[in-house]
Design a protein around this ligand. Structure first.
Ligand code: NDP
Length: 246
């Protein structure tokens, strides 16, 4: 059995102040990586980094701002060294039926979920190319594959992220940079906490494994894709949904 070691690597995980991103940051750090904990709430990012311990740094950054991303990447690299692993996890929802979706709902979701990943990837790719090594893992959603009522903006952002990832995978494979997506199903976090009990019960009926996913379920898939075990995997979407979409 091979154990996964990321010793000597530096990871930049957006939206790692809570939820899935926090579980990813913990998993990568436990595997030996240095980890930049990134979120809009700087104090929270610093607190999470302090909780992780040595080899972690908290960085404040709104991924919708190219300038903030550039500054955050520079700060992370100064504190922890060149970024080898980028995890684009920051994301949000502004759900509504199409007829009621405002331009602001559309822009907020596309800017954070899709443009944010463009900003971070552009900021780290040159260094990865030079070092001829890099891993990019983008957190999309099964909704990006299937669509969902009331989530046209969110599904478009997540489907867009898949197209973006496949393009990056093709563009930088020859430079040793691998890019993949993880597509979670229904994971118990702040994002899904507001779902009413009856909707939750209906959803559970569609999950073959009969339970909601936990953030650690997603973190395991990210850890694999960031590791040497996945050295021949690029441009793929790994679905982590307990058998919701088969
Ligand atoms: P949470 O709402 O629990 O956490 C979202 C994280 O993203 C927070 O750390 C938040 O930090 C950060 N964030 C949000 N907007 C920005 C921004 N503009 N710039 C920087 N950071 C930002 O979400 P989840 O953990 O549930 O979701 C994480 C990812 O997984 C998202 O991309 C989501 O779409 C995806 N996903 C989640 C599923 C689920 O069932 N939960 C299912 C499928 C996909 P802060 O507030 O400090 O900025």
């Amino acid at each position: 059995m091979t154990t996964i070691s990321l010793a000597g690597r530096t990871a930049f995980v957006t939206g790692s102040t809570r939820g899935i991103g926090l579980a990813i940051a913990r998993a990568l750090h436990a595997a030996g990586a240095r980890v930049a904990v990134v979120g809009r709430a700087l104090e929270r990012a610093r607190a999470v980094a302090a909780e992780l311990g040595e080899g972690a740094a908290g960085v404040g950054c709104d991924v919708t701002s190219a300038d903030e991303v550039q500054a955050a990447v520079a700060a992370a690299e100064q504190a922890l060294g060149p970024i080898d692993i980028l995890v684009n996890n920051a994301g949000l929802t502004r759900d509504n039926i199409l007829l009621r979706l405002t331009d602001a709902d559309w822009d907020a979701v596309l800017d954070a979920n899709l443009k944010g990943a463009f900003h971070t990837t552009r900021a780290v790719i040159k260094g990865m190319m030079k070092r001829r090594a890099g891993r990019i893992v983008n957190i999309t959603s099964v909704v990006g594959l299937t669509g969902n009522k009331g989530q046209a903006n969110y599904a478009a952002s997540k489907a867009g992220l898949i197209g973006f990832t496949k393009s990056v995978a093709r563009e930088y494979a020859s430079r040793g940079v691998l890019a993949n997506c993880v597509a979670p199903g229904f994971i118990a976090t702040d994002m899904t906490a507001a779902l009413p009990d009856d909707a939750r019960a209906t959803l559970l009926q569609d999950i073959a494994l009969g339970r909601l996913g936990q953030p650690d379920d997603v973190a395991g898939a990210v850890l694999f894709l960031a590791s040497d075990l996945a050295g021949y995997v690029t441009g793929q979407v790994l679905v982590v949904d307990g058998g919701m979409v088969i």
